[in-house]
Design a protein around this ligand. Structure first.
Ligand SMILES: C[S@@+](CC[C@H](N)C(=O)[O-])C[C@H]1O[C@@H](n2cnc3c(N)ncnc32)[C@H](O)[C@@H]1O
Length: 269
């Protein structure tokens, strides 16, 4: 890959998706190479012409699936789920007791494990009252490929190894000796949608919690600043923004209050 071909990819991805690829040349080459050869592209420029000028956007979608890092697993960074169960959900339950409406967004959800973990925590927490609440959880990602996996809700027994013991019996159906499917009662409460975080958010109402975990580490500084600002505006007063454990938000860049372990709160006033 020539310097100018790499610059072209870096600029395109930064402008369209806010993703920073500047230090990733070797890994981008590795990720694109097989695909380009299989499709008969003779150079990165020829390939990028197809990505940028494909009216149907299919080649662009494949490109996104190739360049994004989608690693995730159930109950990842458990301190966030403990905080959700012990602090956030009791607060929402008290505050929204009259409306019974809970608004949570998992942004950059990848193949669904994060959103299903949240949904199962909510189900555990609400117990008998679960059906009385509208707990519709929005779960979005840029990559269509991971969303297809998320929608299927089928995972291997290995992926479920570290879950609370009763979840396996209560929230999954065994399909065969290797595969388990998330039960319909949980799946119906998670709405998976394709969404690029660069775009205006599709919400009518402000949110109680936003999970933006292990996404910011892939974004440009400009995108991070803009995103945090916009997310702040979409949080309920007293609402929470949770980032990945290795990610942080500069205190001077927003009015969010830092509570520790990558948990931020929009002040009440
Ligand atoms: C490493 S995964 C994180 C999954 C999950 N949140 C977790 O912590 O396990 C990062 C995800 O962010 C998504 N992503 C990256 N840039 C995005 C953007 N501009 N808009 C929406 N999703 C994006 C990727 O497609 C990928 O699935």
């Amino acid at each position: 890959m020539t310097d100018s071909e790499f610059s072209r990819i870096v600029d395109f991805v930064s402008e369209r998706y806010g993703i920073d690829l500047r230090s990733k040349q070797a890994s981008i080459e590795r990720r694109l190479e097989n695909y380009m050869v299989s499709k008969g592209y003779k150079s990165y420029d020829q390939y990028m012409n197809a990505v940028e000028y494909d009216i149907l956007g299919m080649e662009e979608q494949n490109f996104i699936d190739l360049i994004t890092t989608k690693h995730t697993y159930f109950y990842r960074e458990p301190e966030h789920f403990d905080f959700l169960r012990d602090v956030i959900l009791p607060e929402i339950k008290e505050k929204e007791n009259a409306t019974k409406n809970m608004r949570i967004w998992c942004a950059g959800v990848s193949s669904g494990e994060e959103a299903y973990t949240v949904a199962m925590i909510i189900k555990d927490f609400l117990g008998e009252e679960y059906d009385a609440w509208d707990t519709g959880l929005m779960a979005t990602d840029l990559s269509r490929k991971v969303l297809e996996r998320a929608l299927k809700g089928i995972y291997s027994s290995k992926q479920l190894e570290n879950l609370p013991k009763h979840w396996m019996a209560d929230y999954f159906t065994k399909l065969n000796h290797k595969q388990y499917e998330v039960i319909q009662e949980i799946r119906k409460n998670v709405m998976f949608r394709q969404f690029n975080l660069v775009n205006p958010f599709p919400f009518k109402n402000k949110l109680h919690v936003i999970f933006l975990r292990n996404v910011m580490m892939y974004l440009t500084e400009e995108m991070k600043r803009d995103l945090i600002n916009r997310l702040y505006g979409f949080l309920e007063p007293g609402g929470y923004l949770i980032t990945g454990l290795t990610e942080s938000i500069e205190p001077e860049s927003s009015n969010l209050e830092y509570l520790g372990t990558s948990i931020y709160k929009r002040p009440l006033y």
